[in-house]
Design a protein around this ligand. Structure first.
Ligand code: ATP
Ligand code: MG
Length: 227
């Protein structure tokens, strides 16, 4: 049997809160197969971003393990983890994290340049991605010159730059009007179903949660599968 593309085993995460511990995740497990779209819902502060960051090895769990494509990211040496993540994991941050000194197109081209692609290849890919997320006309603008929804779409395009196996997206349609949100969801579905990319999407969008292959709810530090 193929390994799950994403496999999270019994992850816990606590933060020190004065003398006490604030337990955000109390033993979370999930597995997602190739080409699947999993949605994670839950109240503000439930730990959704924390879980997504741990899945992408951007943060360490207190205990437990995470595998992407059958590889344990937590035990990899730092440089290997960074290269593996750049090639295999696309991350859409809740607050975009675009680089302010670079244009939208340059932000999208960066992951491909880091992966060793030529400048012309990376720029061509960035242009195609800008069109895919409907911001082609704003490619030369800096993030501060873009609307919240445009920044969000540029962040999605950047996450797709290296055609990663797995895309972890934190509220990717949170700032979008209905038309743009629908277009983005259609894009994610076509990438999952036609190219076999796997998506884990934190969302408050009920339409997206309904259409996902699997729906998880995070509550009181526990993750329950609802569908
Ligand atoms: N670095 C940190 N240090 C201490 N506590 C933290 C830290 N990061 C997050 N927390 C706490 O962990 C809990 C979960 O935060 P998280 O950002 O994962 O929530 P969320 O479900 O993504 O919420 P939202 O829907 O508002 O984005 C919150 O109570 C938050 O205050
Ligand atoms: Mg969050």
């Amino acid at each position: 049997m193929l390994p799950h593309v994403v496999a999270v085993h019994n992850v816990t995460k606590s933060y020190a809160s004065g003398a006490a511990q604030h337990e955000v995740l109390r033993g979370v497990s999930l597995s997602i197969g190739k080409g699947e779209i999993a949605a994670i819902v839950g109240a503000s502060g439930a730990g959704k971003s924390t879980l997504l960051h741990i899945m992408g090895a951007l943060d360490h769990p207190s205990a437990g393990s995470v595998e992407i494509g059958g590889r344990d990211l937590l035990t990899m040496p730092d440089a290997e983890r960074a290269a593996f993540r750049n090639a295999n994991v696309g991350f859409v941050f809740q607050f975009h994290h675009l680089l302010p000194e670079f244009s939208a197109a340059e932000n999208i081209a960066l992951p491909a340049l880091i992966a060793g692609k030529s400048r012309s290849e990376a720029e061509a890919r960035a242009r195609a991605l800008l069109e895919l997320v409907h911001v082609a006309h704003r490619g030369d603008a800096r993030p501060s010159e873009l609307s919240g929804g445009e920044q969000q779409r540029v962040a999605v395009a950047r996450a797709l730059a290296n055609e990663p196996q797995v895309v972890l997206a934190d509220e990717p349609s949170g700032n979008l009007d209905e038309e743009n949100a629908d277009a983005l969801h259609a894009l994610l579905w076509s990438l999952a179903k036609e190219r076999g990319q796997t998506f884990v999407i934190v969302t408050h969008d009920e339409g997206l949660a309904k259409r996902a292959d699997a729906l998880y709810r995070l509550h009181d530090g526990a993750l329950a599968r609802e569908r």
